[in-house]
Structures are given as structure tokens and as C-alpha cells.
Design a protein around this ligand. Structure first.
Ligand SMILES: Cc1cc2nc3c(=O)[nH]c(=O)nc-3n(C[C@H](O)[C@H](O)[C@H](O)COP(=O)(O)OP(=O)(O)OC[C@H]3O[C@@H](n4cnc5c(N)ncnc54)[C@H](O)[C@@H]3O)c2cc1C
Ligand code: SF4
Length: 326
């Protein structure tokens, strides 16, 4: 690991000033991803700005909008009564991620900002356009079993790794940001990016901006929800595919639906066409299968990941069945 200096910020302004002054500075929160990146040589920041003392840890409900500070720990958010009562899908998704020890260190902000788990990205002897723009992509002609089936480009086929973010995109959350020019808000679905020609950019946060929290609006999705994660082993594994499913059912009819997937695209992948296909329908396995077919119509596979299409379809059907409790 390279040498670096370390400072603690106690206000947002101090953190933003510190990062704005130094091109090679990075914020550090729980460190559960950043330190791995430094140890493997993917990143070599010269200065770490510790943001753990910033006052963005609260979880509150105001005017029916749930506010979660970016520095709140994944484990605290998953266990919080307000989250379990108003947005149980988020709690389920958080508990599907990592391990209890990691969730005790990992913050909401860090989870949203974590980098892809593409193994070529972490192997600095391999080409990777995300790590070194213009160097090529080891995964496109390599072992791409874990990689994207939606929205990839000829530059990068990596997938977004977070479980939490899949629930947040389904729940129409908003990302709260502060920076040198003041505060701004980004709808969750616009926060992360598709790779296009700039796969090195994972999201739309500028380097000198600080993510301060998220807001989740009130929704009817409090009862019929399910987060399904399919992975190679029961713990410490990122999703091969995951599905966040939320239904609003009354009189045996689906009034509203939310569906999003993880492990399939460079960003949390919302399935809006499939959601539309569910509205007004009865919650039956047959209707769920139709929605799953709609959801995967634009899939494009690579040499080793064609299995993800039927896996995605079956996972969508199962997640919807679990959500509907049929
Ligand atoms: C073995 C292992 C298994 C895991 N399994 C899963 C899993 O199954 N599912 C899952 O979702 N995750 C998983 N994770 C990832 C884990 O959830 C993330 O590492 C964690 O959420 C990152 O949070 P952190 O606070 O530690 O971030 P850090 O490592 O401190 O930071 C990560 C990045 O975010 C930036 N950052 C942090 N906070 C802010 C902020 N407020 N504003 C701006 N930038 C910020 C940092 O500068 C850095 O670039 C796993 C991690 C490990 C090590
Ligand atoms: S898929 Fe993306 S992250 Fe993985 S090697 Fe290719 S460019 Fe790098």
C-alpha cells in the first residue's frame, strides 16, 4: 500500500474544502471497500479524509418521507423500526448484503459508492477501461459469467454490486448531495450511470461533492414485498442476480408494482415495462411469468452468462410470488 496522509473532518464544509484542495484525496467512511481497493493497488489516494464524525447518521420520518443519513450504518438502518415498518424491502435488501460484521462498519453513503466487483477491475495486471480508461476490457473476451445482460457497452460489461441500491431504485428514493456550489438532489435512478464511453464513472457525484443522505417517499409497498438474492454461496457473495419486488394488491388485483434487479447491469436496473404489465392483473404465477418475459426482452448476453436470462426470469417470478405470498 502507498503512503497517505489522514485527516478527520467534523463538518461537511471542512470535508468538502479538504477534498477540493487535493486531486488525489478520497473520503473514507467504513473503509470496507476503499481499503480493499487500496490494498489491491486499484486506488492510491495520497490523502484520506475521514468523514465518520459528520452528523449525517439520523433516521427520521418527516411528512411521511423517510430520511436516512449517509453516515448511518447498514446494520442500524436494516434494524431500525421506521425502516422495517415503512420500507421493509430496504431492510431485506440490506440484510442480504455482506455479513453482520461488514454491515456494522459499512455506511449507506459508502454502499452507494462502492465499486464493481468485476475481478478484472481488481487485478491490476489485466486491462480494464474502468480502472485505466483506454486500456481495454479483460472481461469481454474473458470469463464473464458474473457480468451484465442489460445496458452494457463495448467498453465495459461490469455490474453494480450493491443490494441496498436495488431496493432504493424500486422505492423511488432521492439522493441528497452537498458540494462547493451548495446542495442538490438526484433521483435515485439517475444517480448511477451506464458505462457508455466513460465506464470509469460509476455515478453522477462530482469528486468534491459529499453524499449526505437519502429520502424515500411514502408508498403503499409495506406488506407485499420481497428481496430475492441468488448467489454462489450463502454469505459473503455478491448477487448473480437479485430482484426487489413490491406489490400493492387489493381485491385480488395489482394496483401498483415496483420491480428492480441487481447483478444484471452497470446500475440498479429498474424494470418499468414489467411493472406496467402487472397493473390491473391478478397476482398469479402466469401473470408473473408474462412480466418476467417482458423484463428480459432487451437482454444481451456474453459467452459465459447466457444462463442469467432464464435465471433472471425465474427469479422475478419467485420474488413476485413471495411478495404476493402465493
Ligand atoms: C467481503 C465483502 C462482501 C460484501 N458483500 C456485499 C454484498 O453482498 N452486498 C452489498 O451490497 N455489498 C457488499 N459488500 C460491500 C459493502 O457493503 C461495501 O463495502 C460498503 O457498503 C461500503 O461502505 P463503507 O462505508 O465501508 O465505504 P468506504 O469503503 O469507506 O467507501 C467506499 C467509497 O465511497 C466513498 N464514500 C463513502 N461515503 C461517502 C459519502 N458520504 N459521500 C461521498 N463519497 C463517499 C469513498 O470515498 C469510497 O470511494 C461487501 C464487502 C466485502 C468486503
Ligand atoms: S467489465 Fe468493466 S470493470 Fe470489468 S474489466 Fe471490463 S472495463 Fe473493467
Amino acid at each position: 500500500m502507498n503512503q497517505f496522509s489522514y485527516v478527520r473532518a467534523t463538518t461537511a464544509k471542512a470535508a468538502i474544502d479538504a477534498i477540493s484542495k487535493d486531486k488525489n484525496a478520497r473520503f473514507i467512511a467504513g473503509g470496507t471497500n476503499l481499503l480493499d481497493l487500496m490494498k489491491s493497488g486499484v486506488l492510491a489516494p495520497e490523502r484520506l479524509i475521514d468523514i465518520n464524525r459528520l452528523p449525517f447518521k439520523d433516521i427520521t420520518l418527516q411528512n411521511n418521507i423517510l430520511h436516512i443519513g449517509a453516515m448511518a450504518l447498514n446494520s442500524d438502518v436494516a434494524a431500525h423500526e421506521l425502516v422495517k415498518t415503512h420500507h421493509p424491502l430496504l431492510s431485506q435488501a440490506l440484510l442480504a448484503g455482506a455479513s453482520q460484521q461488514l454491515r456494522n462498519m459499512a455506511t449507506i453513503g459508502g454502499n452507494m459508492m462502492q465499486r464493481t466487483r468485476c475481478s478484472y477491475f481488481y487485478d491490476i495486471s489485466m486491462p480494464c477501461n474502468k480502472r485505466t480508461p483506454g486500456s481495454g476490457c479483460g472481461a469481454i473476451g474473458g470469463i464473464n459469467r458474473m457480468h451484465a445482460i442489460f445496458g452494457a457497452s463495448d467498453q465495459c460489461i461490469a455490474v453494480h454490486p450493491s443490494d441496498m441500491c436495488i431496493a432504493l431504485v424500486a422505492l423511488d428514493a432521492t439522493v441528497l448531495i452537498t458540494g462547493p456550489k451548495g446542495n442538490r438532489r438526484i433521483p435515485f435512478g439517475d444517480f448511477h450511470r451506464l458505462p457508455g464511453d466513460t465506464p470509469d464513472k460509476d455515478n453522477n457525484l462530482a469528486k468534491n461533492e459529499l453524499h449526505t443522505g437519502i429520502e424515500i417517499p411514502a408508498s403503499p409497498f409495506t406488506k407485499n414485498v420481497y428481496y430475492l438474492k441468488v448467489r454462489d454461496r450463502a454469505s459473503y457473495a455478491f448477487a448473480l442476480v437479485s430482484v426487489a419486488a413490491a406489490l400493492d394488491i387489493s381485491n385480488n388485483t395489482i394496483r401498483a408494482a415496483r420491480l428492480a434487479m441487481g447483478g444484471v447491469a452497470h446500475k440498479p436496473w429498474r424494470l418499468q415495462e414489467a411493472e406496467k404489465a402487472l397493473i390491473g392483473k391478478a397476482p398469479t404465477a402466469e401473470n408473473f411469468r408474462i412480466a418476467a418475459t417482458v423484463a428480459t426482452q432487451s437482454a444481451r448476453t456474453y459467452k459465459h452468462n447466457a444462463f442469467k436470462v432464464p435465471l433472471a426470469q425465474n427469479s422475478i417470478v419467485t420474488a413476485l410470488q413471495k411478495a404476493a405470498a402465493i
